[in-house]
Each structure stands twice: as C-alpha cells, then as structure tokens.
Design a binder for this molecule. Structure first.
Ligand code: SAH
Ligand code: SF4
Ligand code: F3S
Length: 474
C-alpha cells in the first residue's frame, strides 16, 4: 500500500466490500439478479458532502446486489440526514415517518438512517425508542459499515445504533455518480473550526485530508469517465493538507489537477475566509480550468458578531480578500452564506451585514435564519433574537439581494458563455439547464444529447433569479 502520509487513518474497507459481495451472492443464489434484483432507494438531505456520501452508499447498495428503484418497490431504504438547522431535521423525521407505510406493506423492508443527524446521540436514541421500523442508524464515519448492518438486519439479529466517534477515511468504496458530467470529489473530511453556531464539528469529526495521490487518481478516473466538471469538497478546503506529511495545500492541489489532460473544469467548496491564501486567489484568477466563481461564506458583516461566532476574522479582513480577488480577477462571480439573527445581533450589526452585501455585490447569497443546535455554544448564549425580529431582517436581506442579483446578472446580457449542460430544467421540461462561471444556471432550448457536454450560449435575457440563453452556432 502506498503510505507516504503515515498518519492518514483509514477504515477497513476490504471487510466492507467482502460483506457486500456476500450479500450479493445470497441474492444471486435465489435468482434475484438484474430485473429480478431487490430495489434500493436513497433519500439525501444536506450539503454536497452528504450527496457525495450518498453516491458511496449507492455504490455499496449496488455491490450488495440491489438495483435503484422507487421507495415503494425498495427492499432497502437509506436516509442520509443533515443536522445543520432544525428544518433539515424535521424534514428527515417527516419522510422517515412516510416510509413507515411502505414498511407496513413490506415487513422485509430494511430502513437505515445515516448522516449528521443520527451522529448525535440524542437523535440516534430517538430512532431507537420511537421508530421501531428503523433497522439501524450509522454515523458519518461509518458508511463502510452499512453492508454489515444490512446483513445483520437480514438475519434478524437485532437493531443497531452506531456512533463510533472514530472518524477515519474510507478509501476505495464504490460510487454511483450523478448524471450530467459534474462530479463531486471529497478531498478532506471533518472540521476543526467550531464556529459557535455550527453542529458540523460535532458530527463530522476533526479534519482529515486525503492523500494527494489518491485524489489525483480519482480525478484522472473521473476525467477518463467523461466528467467535465470536478468540484473539490471539504468543510474548509483552505486547510487541506495541514495534517499531511507532504508539502501540499489547496492551491498546489488544484494546480496538480489542472495539469491533468482533458477538457474539464474545477470548482471547490467551501472556503473559510481566515485561511483563504493569496496563492489560492491567484490560482483562481490564473488557471484556465478553474471556474471564475468564489464561494466565501461571510456569515455576518459585523466584526463583533463574527467574534462571537468564533469565525476568527474581521469584516475588514474579509473585505480585503474580496478586494484582492476582484483586482486579480475583475469578472469573478462571488457568493456567500449569511446567518440572520445570531444571538445578540443588534440592528446595527444587521445594518453592517446589509452594508457588506452592498459593498461586495454578490452574485447570489445563501441566507439562513439562525437555528439553535443542541450542544453548540451559541445555543446557550443570552439575547437569543426573537423570531419576528429575525424574520423581518431576513426579508430585508432578501429584498436588497434581489436588487443586487438583477444588477450583477445584467452584466452577462449579450455575452457568449461556455456552460456545462447539467440536465432538463426543473421548472420547464422543454428547456435545458447549463452552468458557467456565473452563480446562476442558464436555461436554454437544446437537445438531450447535449446533457453532460459543454455548449456555447449567448445570454438573451436576465432576471434576478434566472438567465436565458440561445445556442451559438459555430
Ligand atoms: N463548512 C462550510 C459550510 C457549513 S454549513 C463553511 O464553513 O462555510 C453551511 C452554512 O449553513 C453555513 O455557512 C452557515 O451559514 C449555515 N449554518 C450553519 N449552522 C447554522 C445554524 N445553526 N443556523 C443557521 N444557519 C447555519
Ligand atoms: Fe461549521 Fe464553521 Fe466548520 Fe463551516 S467552518 S463547518 S460553519 S464549524
Ligand atoms: Fe448538514 Fe452534515 Fe452537511 S449537518 S450541511 S449534511 S455536513
């Protein structure tokens, strides 16, 4: 085994794969293969990291001999949950409640719940006590244990509620990738930052970087397989490599991937402003294969709120990064995350956030009303902001951003842009959706054979939320 980074902790994936193959052999013996194979269904909540994890869950399900199906026809349902806000947890509870009816009709159905929500002890306990039709739960570090949990459930050897608190890297799990030419590539797992509002460090463990050679090998395989866009994933990709022995960081890693042959492009997320190096900004500005889009979550425009959030940068420091980025790459598309109503947020603090939006002029923002998370410091802070105040501020934030979006999108009108065609538009099945350097997708009339490929479009209309394009003839 290539072991240049001695302290990369790895899971026993071989045992997982053996177990999966054993299950598949059992199905094969009963003639349950190809069209006759049992169905699996996966429901995913949360961020891209969870989507990437679900691709590995799907890979394992297929190795176990299951084939993708609707939930009603499934013999195995896996729910990959999120805990970032109360709303995400509620949605998971509600859908799992619906699966109860399917289980009533099919008592052999195995329902497993994984992800960030059930990596919290109180949530795993809730499933144990109040959801008897859930066969097992598994934490975010235990995806490779799923085949053994399924096997145990099949043999009716009791229910399991796994929280190992032993977070490692699982190299070599099979994956079933999404369609459309864009692929996730996790470069690291976990988070060390402990922002005071955030549950992630408690449910994803400490930062673990994958070895650069493993990442490059996966990137090569993706490109060979036709991927046109690779998004490097991590909770804070800017600290990639700090735990490795090699001299590698996010900027040098991106350069290595750019040097691979092929017609593809690279995105990365998420960046923490405290670690955003000028070297990384330069890579974005100068490497042709890197999409000219930077997602840099600010959370608040008030330095005092940022201090209480434990973000470890000031509003001025953040603005400095944005200014340098705009100088190096004037046409960059910028997006951010904002939390409204963090404990103790005053009207002045909120005004500072609005001012930040006006100064930066983001192409798009992802904004959230603060949601207290059990076990995080902010949930215990005094001066929780009443929901009506947060709600009012949230509306003002969105109204201001709508104006900014319209203005920012207008710069694309009449321009030629190269977009990757991701699929059929969600709002109009007569249209396709493509994504370029801009934050917003572009809708256009095309043919299904274009999906997963690059096309050139001329932008013919823009609004605050959408853009339309027409195919440019060569
Ligand atoms: N690791 C990434 C994103 C993590 S979660 C980062 O640091 O940027 C995505 C976003 O959810 C965060 O950026 C934050 O804006 C939001 N978020 C996290 N915890 C939250 C909470 N308790 N309430 C509301 N929004 C939250
Ligand atoms: Fe959460 Fe902060 Fe880590 Fe992002 S950097 S995952 S917001 S603790
Ligand atoms: Fe949610 Fe876990 Fe991602 S809490 S946002 S799925 S890291």
């Amino acid at each position: 085994m290539n072991n240049t980074s001695k302290h990369v902790p790895e899971c026993d994936v071989t045992a997982a794969l053996d177990c999966a193959r054993r299950i598949a052999a059992g199905f094969a013996k009963k003639g349950m293969v190809s069209d006759n194979a049992p169905g699996y269904y996966i429901e995913t909540f949360g961020c891209q990291q969870n989507e990437a994890d679900s691709e590995r869950l799907a890979g394992l399900a297929e190795l176990m001999g299951y084939r993708k199906s609707a939930p009603e026809d499934a013999s195995l349902i896996l729910v990959n949950t999120c805990a970032i806000r109360e709303h995400a947890e509620k949605k998971a509870f509600s859908i799992i409640g619906e699966f109860k009816h399917i289980r009533e009709k099919n008592p052999a159905l195995i329902i497993g719940v994984g992800g960030c929500m059930v990596t919290q002890r109180h949530r795993a306990d809730k499933f144990k006590m109040s959801y008897p039709y859930v066969s097992f739960t598994f934490d975010t570090g235990s995806i490779h244990l799923v085949p053994s949990l399924v096997e145990k459930a099949m043999k009716k050897r009791g229910r399991s509620f796994v929280i190992t608190e032993d977070y490692k890297i699982a190299e070599g799990l099979p994956t079933v990738r999404r369609e459309g030419g864009a692929a996730w590539l996790s470069i690291m797992y976990g988070c060390n930052n402990f922002c005071t509002y955030c549950i992630v460090p408690y449910v994803r463990g400490r930062e673990r970087s994958r070895r650069p050679e493993d990442i490059i090998a996966e990137a090569k395989a993706l490109i060979a397989d036709g991927a046109k866009e690779i998004t490097l994933l991590g909770q804070n990709v800017n600290s990639y490599g700090r735990d490795l022995e090699e001299d590698v960081n996010i900027a040098s890693l991106i350069r290595m991937i750019c040097a691979l042959e092929g017609d593809f492009r690279i995105r990365f997320m998420t960046s923490h402003p405290k670690d955003a190096s000028d070297e990384l900004l330069r890579v974005v500005a100068t490497e042709d294969k890197v999409v000219k889009h930077f997602h840099l979550p600010v959370q608040s425009g008030s330095t005092e709120v940022l201090r209480r959030m434990n973000r470890r940068y000031s509003a001025e420091h953040y603005m400095g990064i944005i200014d340098r980025l705009k100088e190096m790459c004037p046409d960059i598309s910028l997006t951010t995350d904002i939390i409204v109503g963090f404990p103790g947020e005053t009207d002045e603090d909120f005004e500072a956030t609005l001012e930040m939006l006006r100064r930066v002029e983001y192409d798009m923002i992802f904004s959230f009303i603060y949601s207290p998370r059990i076990g995080t410091p902010a949930a215990e802070m005094e001066d929780q902001v009443p929901p009506e105040v947060s709600g009012e501020r949230f509306k003002r934030l969105l109204a201001l951003q709508d104006e900014i979006c319209e203005k920012r999108n207008a710069r694309f009108l009449g321009r030629r842009v190269k977009v990757l065609v991701e699929g059929v538009s969600k709002s109009d099945d007569g249209m396709l959706t493509g994504r370029g350097d801009m934050a917003r997708p572009v809708h256009f009339k095309g043919t299904p054979d274009m999906i997963g490929k690059f096309v050139e479009l001329e932008i013919v209309s823009v609004g605050a939320y959408s853009m339309e394009g027409e195919i440019c003839l060569p």
